[in-house]
Write a protein that binds this ligand. Structure first.
Ligand SMILES: Cc1cc2nc3c(=O)[nH]c(=O)nc-3n(C[C@H](O)[C@H](O)[C@H](O)COP(=O)(O)OP(=O)(O)OC[C@H]3O[C@@H](n4cnc5c(N)ncnc54)[C@H](O)[C@@H]3O)c2cc1C
Length: 494
């Protein structure tokens, strides 16, 4: 039997491709999922479901979250617009101007429509992302800009609804069936996939193939090779199945690598977490309230400006900075002035507490405990008393240290209100930035700079958008945008 479109992978991007292919006229669509049914859905399942989109007024969000103001007083008055220019500004700033302009244009211009499509065509329920992007001030919520809504029930809900839609859309899904190779004809056109499933190896024919099978974050060898040590030892925040299979298959037929191959998204996570994420606790490993903390490495030294920016603009690079510290770990230390600001996810660890800083440090592993105390004392001496009365967690407040290296440039409150509390952190890898070059139709481009006929890609496999860092909530939107385009292009056999 010949399929119209075979989609490799079953995460957000692949599912967007498969359903878009159906919507655009493809009748026989097959999804290949390497994981078992119990383990399905890739990183999408583990994600926080946060969605960064451009919109001109908060009212534009009403179709996605019609009841938001019933749950949260003043939602549609308090959320600030996030225009395409705002999105551009953030993407350029955090990627040091390296983002691929053509891809970024497609991402930003299609972000709103695509998320609306996910709500209206796919039926994915959405909600305000209060715990991730909102800060309660009195009885109102102050919102970070851009990423204010998410899939209801986060990645678990997102993945579940994608599978429901694929099933109701008549898309065949084969579990425990991993693509091994792409099949090409004499002209070099992709005409199918060689896959290994429960009954062995099979050749599956199709008019077009979409690769949506993730990056190489779960592959220790590729991490060592492209990201360099100590990334081969990093804990993986998501699925164990993203081993770079799709990238390897595409290179084998002449696809072009694109983007920052040494780049990755990684975040501060609990150092107590296992090597691969726990499917039930999904993304609850994150330890992202460090803007209100002082972070110390095992040598007892600070190593970054914890308050450089709002958390969603630094979390994706600070994971790596922690991983590069001695023993690949750090301690986050808080006092009672900010403890109420900790993300709910901290509840998955037992805090270490003490009434004095000395007694707290006694309980923590250090190579140089005396230095740790000196560092905290120097920090307290350099931070303004009571934050000069200007402490404001809802924005960069400019409450900063003076005379430290590195300085803490916002939210620099003294640690002086016991009991003091510590949590461990390490750097967990989320996904890799290096990928394939695609054009505006999501066609994979070969090293001859021409499209490889019959081959499309989307999601983490698209290279070029992210470099060094990443604005929170962009991965899922980029996956859906390019997935939707890839599915449409595959159905039309562009
Ligand atoms: C803990 C965590 C939290 C996150 N939170 C957010 C968030 O809140 N907002 C956001 O925008 N992004 C978030 N992300 C990033 C986001 O999850 C990813 O960018 C996105 O899910 C990638 O989608 P994808 O479809 O490309 O890949 P995935 O969802 O990883 O799907 C890849 C699929 O390919 C399958 N596969 C792999 N190899 C093969 C093969 N050879 N054959 C067949 N199938 C194969 C896998 O099993 C899987 O089904 C988070 C990620 C993690 C890990």
């Amino acid at each position: 039997m010949e399929y119209d479109v075979i989609v490799v992978g079953a995460g957000n991007a692949a599912q967007a491709a498969a359903n878009s292919a159906r919507e655009n006229g493809a009748e026989k669509v097959l999804i290949l999922e390497k994981a078992s049914e119990a383990d399905r859905g890739g990183n999408t399942h583990y994600s926080g479901g946060l969605l960064r989109i451009a919109f001109d007024t908060a009212e534009d969000l009403r179709p996605m979250v019609p009841e938001a103001d019933q749950e949260i007083t003043g939602f549609f008055e308090d959320v600030e617009p996030y225009t395409k220019d705002d999105f551009w500004g953030d993407l350029l700033r955090v990627t040091a101007n390296k983002t691929d302009r053509d891809l970024a244009t497609i991402l930003i211009d299609n972000s709103y429509d695509t998320i609306r499509w996910m709500k209206e065509y796919v039926g994915i329920p959405m909600e305000p992302a209060t715990s991730l992007a909102g800060i309660r001030v009195g009885n109102r919520v102050k919102w970070q800009k851009g990423a204010v809504i998410r899939a209801e029930a986060e990645g678990v809900g997102l993945s579940k609804h994608w599978f429901l839609k694929s099933e109701s859309n008549g898309i065949e899904i084969r579990y425990e069936t991993g693509a091994l190779d792409l099949i090409t004809d004499q002209a070099g056109t992709v005409v199918g996939v060689k896959a290994k499933g429960p009954n062995g190896i099979e050749e599956l024919r199709a008019k077009a193939v979409v690769l949506g099978c993730g990056g190489f974050e779960a592959n220790a060898q590729w991490r060592a090779q492209y990201l360099s040590p100590p990334w081969d030892h990093a804990k993986v925040r998501g699925t164990k199945h993203n081993q770079g299979d799709g990238l390897r298959m595409a290179f084998a037929i002449g696809a072009m690598p694109w983007g920052q191959w040494s780049g990755k998204h990684s975040t501060p996570i609990s150092n107590e977490w296992p090597d691969f994420a726990d499917r039930k606790r999904t993304d609850k490993s994150n330890r992202l309230s460090y803007p209100y903390a002082v972070m110390l490495n095992r040598s007892g030294l600070r190593f970054c400006d914890e308050g450089e920016d709002m958390g969603l603009y630094t979390y994706a690079k600070y994971g790596g900075q922690i991983l590069n510290q001695p023993g690949s770990m750090a301690w986050q230390i808080f006092d009672q002035k900010t403890i109420h600001l900790l993300e709910p996810r901290y509840k998955t660890s037992d805090p270490i507490q003490a009434d004095t800083l000395e007694a707290l440090l006694e309980q923590l592993e250090f190579d140089d405990r005396a230095q740790a105390l000196r560092t905290l004392e120097a920090y307290n001496a350099a931070a303004p008393a009571d934050g000069d009365g200007r402490f404001d967690p809802s924005k960069k407040d400019g409450v900063r240290t003076a005379g430290l290296s590195p300085e803490k440039t916002n939210w620099a409150l003294r640690l002086d209100k016991p009991p003091f509390v510590a949590y461990s952190a390490t750097g967990g890898i989320t996904f890799t930035f290096g990928g394939l070059k695609v054009d505006e139709h999501a066609r994979v481009i070969g090293t001859d700079w021409r499209p490889i006929k019959g081959l499309f890609t989307c999601g983490e496999m698209v290279g070029g958008l992210f470099h060094f860092n990443y604005p929170g909530g962009t991965g899922l939107v980029s996956g859906a945008v390019f997935g939707r385009i890839a599915g449409r292009s595959a159905a039309r056999q562009l």
